[in-house]
Design a protein around this ligand. Structure first.
Ligand SMILES: C[S@@+](CC[C@H](N)C(=O)[O-])C[C@H]1O[C@@H](n2cnc3c(N)ncnc32)[C@H](O)[C@@H]1O
Length: 327
């Protein structure tokens, strides 16, 4: 496995966010974060983010978690394709720039970053934060509707849409998916909340783009139909540490949170034989490890008995989301 990037925000980004909180009332930031979160829960997307304080409150409350989900998905992609070294990135619905920061961290080969988003307050904050990131230098951030901007954009090696497609109608999402794929030179990564609805959007996009010639690099070990049957759904979880400002803005006590997410990484090049994927935290017992795996032949509940010493020792290390079993 290649070096896995940390799910926690880079120190420079955390410091830049916290510096911007100086002079803003913590109560006001917490109130705005709560109002933005309520609007999200009622299907209003990012429409509640309109001022500088809104953008900062949103970034403090949500950027650590969406960053962690992006990093986990990028690490999973690199686990399958360790030689993937993109030079250019298109960050669709970039918001505060989360996916660009994550991709820069996970893939240091990236040189040019193009961010697209409709929200001016988030764009301003993103550019301000990126000013504190000397290693992210070739940056262009365009404001407007993602589809209109994408139609004019140059293709990129890596295209990422992080927590974006849930803010669109089905028709918008289908046409955005086709456009994103058209602008993908190598790999398209789409990340969504790990809810049944988020998974549903991922699986529809996956189906649409496989029909257009895409191959799955992760998480699936095959390009066939998803074998999970409702109410089951494919999702993963990533733990992240909460900073003091993060806790204050979320009015939270616990020093960490677990972000549930769903994702798919689609490539132009067939990946070949892919490992199985661990679909839930395995149950490590004295007699056996019991693990739910998505394999190239479908979902399997695998029992790895203790008497099979080497296999048991390996299975004890399996974690939800890991790719296992090829070597
Ligand atoms: C939940 S935020 C996610 C931001 C960022 N990608 C992240 O992961 O933190 C969704 C973003 O998508 C943008 N967005 C939604 N629909 C859009 C559209 N049709 N065109 C451009 N941007 C859009 C919103 O403005 C918002 O910044």
């Amino acid at each position: 496995m290649t070096r896995a990037a940390s799910p926690d925000l880079p120190a420079s980004l955390r410091a830049a966010l916290e510096a911007r909180l100086q002079g803003v009332s913590r109560n006001e930031a917490a109130d705005r974060a709560a109002a933005i979160s309520r609007t999200y829960r009622h299907g209003g997307g990012s429409t509640a983010i309109s001022s500088e304080t809104d953008a900062l409150a949103y970034a403090l409350a949500r950027m650590p978690a969406t960053y962690a989900a992006d990093i986990a998905s990028l690490n999973a992609l690199l686990d399958i394709r360790p030689d993937f070294a993109p030079a250019s990135l298109l960050d669709i619905g970039a918001g505060p720039g989360t996916a660009s920061w994550a991709a820069a961290e996970a893939m240091p080969s990236l040189r040019s970053f193009t961010l697209l988003d409709a929200n001016e307050a988030l764009r301003k904050l993103a550019l301000d934060l990126l000013g504190d990131a000397p290693h992210l230098n070739e940056i262009k951030y365009e404001r407007g509707d993602a589809r209109a901007l994408l139609a004019k954009a140059d293709a990129a090696d890596l295209v990422v849409a992080s927590y974006v497609i849930g803010e669109m109608s089905d028709a918008e999402r289908t046409s955005l998916a086709a456009l994103m794929w058209e602008k993908t030179r190598d790999t398209l990564l789409v990340v969504e909340p790990g809810t049944p609805a988020g998974y549903g959007r991922i699986i529809a996009l996956r189906r649409q783009l496989i029909a257009a010639g895409a191959h799955v690099a992760a998480p699936c070990p095959h390009d066939g139909a998803c074998p999970l049957v409702a109410p089951d759904w494919c999702h993963f979880t990533q733990r992240l540490q909460r900073s003091r400002a993060h806790k204050q803005v979320k009015d939270a006590e616990v020093p960490f949170e677990d972000e549930k997410f769903a994702y798919v990484a689609l490539t132009r090049v067939p990946v070949g034989q892919r490992p199985s994927r661990v679909l839930a935290q395995p149950d490590v017992g004295k007699v056996a490890v019991k693990a739910k795996l998505c394999t190239p032949n479908g979902v399997e509940m695998r029992d790895v008995p203790r008497r099979d010493k080497a296999a048991y020792a390996e299975a004890r290390r399996w974690r939800w989301g890991d790719a296992v079993g090829l070597n």
